[in-house]
Design a protein around this ligand. Structure first.
Ligand SMILES: [Zn+2]
Ligand SMILES: [Zn+2]
Length: 105
């Protein structure tokens, strides 16, 4: 099993998006809104799938601070005062990538 590792991250407030370059040559793009709506923290997701909140109205939310969380994830703070989401690299790379190649919906 291989673990995806970012080699570069660029977050733009202007474009409201985060780009991650991975060590497998893949390049991911996520809008800040998408990251906020899919925040993986217990508050947003609940403890079971049926407790997950539907988060809306985040079109104008920006990621204001991104920091490493251990060596497997990043923590993202948003300007709607929410900053408890820890985004695992494997989730970001394998399940959340919004690049044209991966995006399915
Ligand atoms: Zn959350
Ligand atoms: Zn992708």
């Amino acid at each position: 099993m291989s673990y995806p590792t970012p080699i570069a991250m660029r977050s733009s407030l202007k474009a409201a998006q985060l780009e991650i370059d991975w060590d497998d040559d893949h390049k991911s793009i996520y809008s800040h809104e998408y990251l906020r709506v899919h925040c993986p923290c217990a508050d947003c997701r609940g403890h079971t799938p049926d407790q997950a909140k539907v988060i809306t109205g985040k079109e104008n939310v920006h990621a204001t601070h991104i920091e490493l969380a251990g060596n497997y994830a990043i923590r993202i703070e948003f300007d709607d005062q929410h900053g408890t989401g820890i985004y695992a690299y494997s989730e970001l790379r394998n399940n959340m990538c919004q690049c044209p190649e991966c995006k399915t919906d």
